[in-house]
Design a protein around this ligand. Structure first.
Ligand SMILES: [Zn+2]
Length: 432
């Protein structure tokens, strides 16, 4: 409910919006958050005069964003009609491109997922292959939902790279140069005919948590995802903190293992993700199996020819000492990095997500203990550290929220509302 007003709101790039644009977005936000439900309410809460309120509501009703319904009766006189936001006015496409799969979804303007699907996909440096797979998945999910492409108001995409948000340019790691130069926004805007925004996947998961998860209503929190790599998203003062170049939250590259010789993707050694990510744990599990340090994993390796993270978790559950030490050590490394994050950012909540954090019962307790041991007592006094119950849906919810934030931001809203839908901006080459 409060989300419409400020949580994670996206700063508008460029010249400041006009007073008309400000008041238009403000009136819509008040109705959307149900802080004002009648015309007199809007005037009272916003402080705008009657003419301004009538004009702005007229624009929003014409665009189908707000409807004016019937009212309950009051004892005397005529009760004002109730205003409400219409989440079904438009449709948003949300997508997450990950190293092992692609998730796509269709949502309404409140971020409610109407349909979603996940397709397996191995991401390679060949950007065209991934884009073609994504295009197909988007068509399929629209078809699942029975929605024509020309009803899409906007698209949000999460990618496993840092993203320079203003230019929508992914900042890829060495070896992934084709991604670096690829204009994702241009491709999807041309293909879908709707405005498109791109951000780092973990940033969007953090935004999703802020809207629909445990972080709802919490102004300062951090989201840490431990999957193949380790990534972080930081919400500060109710806004996603992207940093000057979109690199904020790169917790996976905090140095935690002084003596480790494993070279990270970034070229350095000792990075968190070289010792605590799913990829790192898989390497450790394979070693434990090959060396016989873990009899149970050794047996798995002999049976299957390889071991998986689930096998490591099962061995730990069955009391295999080496497997337990491996998971415990990785949780402690994560706790060390989170302690640094906590000292710098002082969040009220740290949410953990991704497949690794659920591998053992003791994982969360080990992370918590390490954070308490290593972070400033003042910063941990009221700190909560939890595992996100939302799971894989957070990224889609966040991607849709990013798009809705942008479409309803003063400058954007003002630029398209008189044209009917945001699609007209692409059609006319008039995207701000
Ligand atoms: Zn690194």
């Amino acid at each position: 409910m409060t989300a419409a007003l400020n949580l994670g709101g996206v700063p508008t790039v460029g010249t400041p919006p006009t007073e008309q644009a400000q008041s238009l977005a403000h009136v819509l936000a008040l109705v959307r958050a149900r802080l004002a439900q009648t015309r007199p309410d809007v005037a009272r809460v916003s402080g705008y005069g009657r003419t301004v309120v009538t004009e702005r509501l007229g624009q929003l009703i014409d665009a189908g964003m707000i409807e004016e319904g019937e009212t309950g009766s009051i004892p005397r006189g005529r009760a004002p009609r109730l205003l409400s936001f219409r989440p079904k006015a438009g449709v948003i496409l949300a997508a997450e491109l990950e190293t092992n799969d692609i998730t796509v979804g269709v949502t309404d303007l409140d971020g409610t997922i109407l349909s979603s699907r996940q397709v397996p996909h191995t991401m390679t440096p060949d950007v065209e292959v991934s884009i073609a797979t994504l295009d197909k998945a988007l068509d399929a999910v629209l078809s699942d939902a029975g929605i024509a492409r020309d009803r899409v108001w906007g698209m949000g995409l999460g990618v496993p790279f840092p993203v320079e948000y203003g230019s929508a340019r992914a900042i890829a790691t060495p070896g992934w140069n084709a991604w670096d130069g690829y204009n994702l926004r241009e491709h999807f805007e041309r293909r879908l005919g709707a405005p498109t925004w791109t951000d780092n996947d973990v940033n969007l998961m953090a935004l999703g948590e802020a809207r629909a998860g445990l972080a709802r209503g919490i102004d300062d929190f951090a989201y840490v995802r431990v999957g193949r790599g380790v990534g972080g998203g930081i919400v500060s003062g109710g806004r996603l903190h992207r940093g000057a170049q979109g690199a904020a939250g790169a917790i996976g590259h905090i140095k935690v293992a002084e003596t480790s010789a494993v070279i990270c993707r970034c070229g350095s050694t000792g990075c968190l993700q070289t010792v605590a990510s799913g990829g790192a744990l898989l390497g450790i599990a394979t070693q434990l199996a090959a060396s016989g340090a873990s009899p149970q994993l050794q047996q798995k390796l002999a049976q299957l020819g390889h071991v998986e993270l689930e096998d490591l978790a099962a061995a730990a559950r069955d009391g295999d000492r080496a497997a337990n030490v491996a998971l415990e050590t990785s949780a402690q490394y994560l706790g060390t990095a989170i302690a640094t994050l906590v000292n710098l950012h002082n969040p009220a909540l740290v949410l953990l997500g991704g497949p690794v954090v659920g591998l053992s019962q003791a994982y969360l307790a080990n992370v918590r203990a390490e954070v308490l041991r290593k972070a400033l007592p003042l910063a941990t006094r009221n700190l909560r550290i939890e595992i996100s119950p939302l799971g894989d849906r957070t990224g889609l919810i966040g991607a849709a929220a990013m798009v809705v934030d942008e479409l309803l931001s003063p400058q954007m809203l003002d630029s398209w509302v008189s044209l009917g839908t945001p699609r007209a901006l692409i059609d006319r080459g008039a995207r701000p």
